[in-house]
Every structure is written in structure tokens, then in C-alpha cells.
Design a protein around this ligand. Structure first.
Ligand code: URP
Ligand code: ZN
Ligand code: ZN
Length: 462
């Protein structure tokens, strides 16, 4: 074994195991997990991880890069998004290829996938189906053979990306054949449009009323319908950015009936509340579903402890303030989504591991191992078992710092977490054995990102 890197003296954290261990890395892959102090082979670079948690790099299952919605395109490209990702301890992102009206899903997916080699870390891709036609099944089969097996769908955003229920069902059927899965944004569009029509009539459709314009009921109504569709044909389904306990309960109950259904929550719904819509910059917090009230946020967090939340994503959308403030008076046309690929891991570690006692193993499970599994990327990603890519984060669990936009690397001019005091941060980050961040400083030499082809999704998770 030609060992070129040894990570020595740290505490290895895997989803199913944690303890003092050294790591041997060979040619970009984990070669062995060895007892602390095992002599390093000649010529190997030795990195001291004393006091650090040695974790698989984060896998962000929900990250929009250069995302176009309405008249706005979020500000980052692959180089920028993945620079921010690695600073935040994430070494794999899963991006989206969402066709604009009239575009062909497979063409959009291939174009987006071709950008992967501009990245500083690896990426995978969700395709998307908006409208059904006779070519869609073959497109999905071909995409699966090219390593894209998850398909994003929406029950909302009429005229942009909303799919009808029969399109959702037929897409699930094809994906069943190829080991894939629909990943879906659930908000009942009819309820939202009516709520927004009434809000506009009251003069309350501005960002300051965002939390009233997309109700929790709209979310649960759509989740219930999509679950029923999946259950009726025995298909797996993954719900993105679930924002309320009621929505998560529907999925957990379905799972107990044998439905292969999964919950993703995103960092901002687990941490931030709707008081931000009453603050000085409500537009900066406009996202769908919206931030919920404090009681809901706290209750949602409990599902991280009881295991009902399968994954934590960022739903990163790198709009800047100028874009967010273009139409402050109307949430129906302002760009929605928050920047977060860089802050996902530090914020969740701080709020849940440091402050509330979530185990580091569960942190790794929800932020790396499970996202890799449900996206067909495991065990190449999401674990440091021998043979896996040596995507490694040396995490300093004791570092205390304050989140400031100026210290972050996302291609925007704000963070929704401005001024938040956090405990824990990634100190060193390796992508396939190459160090890209050293003691918080960027040391990458050249972008080495690749598209990671997904295999069949693992629906045995949880
Ligand atoms: O508000 C959000 N989440 N914007 C990004 C697109 C989506 O719905 O995921
Ligand atoms: Zn969404
Ligand atoms: Zn999203």
C-alpha cells in the first residue's frame, strides 16, 4: 500500500462509530483506519489532528448553483459555490438541473453536469421533470445510465417548474425501474395562490408578510397527496426542505406503514424563525417554504434527535441583496432562497451538537452519510471507510467565532446568520486526499471537482 497521507491523533466520527483512530490515505482514497500511533509508512505526509474530530466531508443534498427562477439567476458558479462549500466543510454538493419552460430535461442536466470540473469539490446532480411527454421515460433511463437518478419535482411555482400529479406519478414509475427516486418540493399551489391573492388584497404581499403567504397547511396538504401517489405504486420519495413537525410526521407515519419516504430539513428551517420578516431586511429571509414561528422551529429540531429527519441540506441559493430587494413589495416575484452552503455545517454543529448535545455521530449521519446514501453516492461519499474517497474534514469542536459576511466566501453580500456566535468549525479540509483548506485558509492548487455518478439510491436508510 502506497500511503501518501496520514491523519494522526484525532477522533474519527462515522455515522455508526466514533473513537480515536488514525487514517491512512493512498492516492485519494482512504486506505486504512488504524490504531492511534500506528507508525506512518515512509514518505507519507503526516497531519496532526490532535483535538479534532475527523469526519467525512459534508454532503449537501440540496444546493442550487447559478439557479434561474423568474428573471433572477443566483450569483455563483461552480468555482464560487464549491469554494464556499469546502470552507464550510462540505466536499460534495448535489446541484439541480431544472428546465425552464420549453427546455428538455436531459439537455439541461448534461449542460449542468459539464460544469462539475470547475469545482473545488465533487458534485452530483438532480435532474428535473416539469411536463410529461413521450420522450421523458427514455430521457430518465439515459440519465440514470449517466449517473443521474434523482429527479426534482415541484407541486408549486405554476408556470415555472410545477408538475401535475400524473406527471409526478409517471416519473416515479420510471425511476422505480432504474433505482432512482423523486425528490420533491411540496406546497399545495392552489392554497398558496388563493392565500396570496387575499394577502395582496389586504396590501400584505410584501416580504414583511412572507410567513403568512405560504401556510404550513399548504405544505402538509401537498405532502399528503404526494405520499399517497408514492404509496399507491410502491415508489420511494424524498421530501425536500420540510419545515414543520406536521409535515415530518406524515412522512414518518408513512414510513411506519412501509412506504420508503424520507425527510430532508434545511439549516435555516432548523435555526431561524419568522421574526426575521419583521426586521430591517425581510427580503433577505424570503424562502419557500418560509421561516416558521419559534415554537415550530424548536419542535422541528426535536426530529433531529429522534431520527425522523433523514438529511440536512442547505437549499443554497446565492442571491444578493440587490436581487432580493428588486421587488420588496411582492413576494410572488422576488427571488426566493437563502445562501447557505458554507454555513450549513457550522450552524447545525453549533446549535445542535455544541449547545443541545446531539451526538457527533448523528451529525455526520444527517449531514454526510444519509445524504450520500439516499442520493446513490455511498460509500464513495459520506464515510471514511477504506476504499472511500478521502474527503476529510478536521473539525475543531471548541473554536468559537462569529458569523460575518465578510469572512465568508459565498458570492453574495449577506448571510442570514450575520452576527451569530457559533462553536465549532472546520479547520482542515481534504478533497480526495488533497488539502484545500488548512487551518481555515484556502490552499487549493487547482480545481479537481468531478461529477460523481450516482448508483441506485439506498432506501434502507433510517
Ligand atoms: O426558496 C427556495 N427554497 N428557493 C429555491 C428553490 C426551491 O424551492 O428549492
Ligand atoms: Zn424547493
Ligand atoms: Zn431548493
Amino acid at each position: 500500500m502506497n500511503v501518501d497521507l496520514v491523519i494522526r491523533g484525532g477522533t474519527l466520527v462515522e455515522a455508526d462509530w466514533m473513537g480515536p483512530s488514525d487514517l491512512f490515505v493512498s492516492e485519494g482514497r482512504v486506505a486504512a483506519i488504524v490504531a492511534p500511533g500506528t507508525p506512518a509508512p515512509d514518505g507519507a505526509q503526516i497531519v496532526d489532528a490532535t483535538g479534532r474530530l475527523v469526519m467525512p466531508g459534508g454532503v449537501d443534498p440540496h444546493c442550487h448553483v447559478g439557479f434561474t427562477s423568474g428573471e433572477f439567476t443566483s450569483r455563483d458558479d461552480y468555482a464560487e459555490c464549491t469554494t464556499a462549500a469546502v470552507f464550510g466543510g462540505t466536499t460534495t454538493i448535489v446541484d439541480f438541473a431544472i428546465p425552464r419552460p420549453g427546455e428538455v430535461p436531459i439537455e439541461v442536466a448534461r449542460a449542468q453536469r459539464a460544469k462539475a470540473d470547475q469545482g473545488w469539490c465533487d458534485s452530483a446532480l438532480h435532474a428535473s421533470v416539469v411536463a410529461w411527454d413521450d420522450t421523458v421515460p427514455d430521457q430518465l433511463r439515459t440519465l440514470a445510465s449517466e449517473g443521474v437518478v434523482t429527479v426534482k419535482m415541484f407541486t408549486t411555482y405554476r408556470g415555472e417548474s410545477m408538475a401535475e400529479p400524473d406527471t409526478i406519478l409517471k416519473t416515479m414509475q420510471v425511476l422505480q425501474e432504474v433505482g432512482g427516486m423523486v425528490v420533491i418540493h411540496c406546497e399545495a399551489n392552489a392554497i398558496i395562490e388563493e392565500d396570496q391573492r387575499r394577502a395582496a388584497g389586504r396590501g400584505e404581499i410584501d416580504a414583511g408578510h412572507m410567513h403568512d403567504s405560504r401556510s404550513a397547511l399548504a405544505e402538509t396538504a401537498a405532502v399528503a397527496e404526494v405520499l399517497a401517489i408514492a404509496e399507491s405504486i410502491g415508489a420511494p420519495v424524498y421530501f425536500v426542505h420540510q419545515s414543520t413537525p406536521a409535515a415530518v410526521d406524515l412522512v414518518a407515519d408513512a414510513r411506519r406503514r412501509g412506504v420508503r419516504a424520507f425527510t430532508e430539513s434545511v439549516a435555516h428551517h432548523l435555526v431561524l424563525d419568522d421574526a426575521h420578516y419583521l426586521g430591517a431586511h425581510p427580503e433577505r429571509f424570503v424562502c419557500c417554504p418560509p421561516l416558521r414561528d419559534r415554537e415550530t422551529v424548536d419542535a422541528l429540531g426535536e426530529y433531529l434527535f429522534n431520527g425522523e429527519i433523514t438529511t440536512i441540506g442547505s437549499d443554497h441559493c446565492c442571491y444578493d441583496t440587490a436581487q432580493k430587494e428588486t421587488y420588496p413589495h411582492d413576494v410572488r416575484i422576488m427571488p426566493n432562497g437563502l445562501p447557505g452552503v458554507e454555513t450549513r455545517l457550522p450552524v447545525i454543529f453549533s446549535e445542535f451538537v455544541s449547545k443541545r448535545g446531539l451526538s457527533p455521530r448523528r451529525f455526520v449521519e444527517a449531514t454526510a452519510a444519509n445524504p450520500a446514501k439516499v442520493n446513490g453516492l455511498y460509500p464513495r461519499k459520506g464515510t471514511l471507510r477504506p476504499g472511500s474517497d478521502a474527503d476529510i474534514v478536521l473539525w475543531d469542536p471548541a473554536a468559537t467565532w462569529t458569523i460575518r459576511t465578510g469572512d465568508l466566501h459565498m458570492a453574495t453580500d449577506y448571510t442570514p446568520y450575520e452576527g451569530m456566535e457559533v462553536t465549532g468549525r472546520p479547520a482542515d479540509v481534504f478533497v480526495r486526499g488533497e488539502r484545500v483548506v488548512a487551518e481555515g485558509a484556502f490552499v487549493g492548487v487547482r480545481p479537481t471537482g468531478r461529477h460523481v455518478p450516482a448508483g441506485a439510491v439506498d432506501t434502507t436508510v433510517v
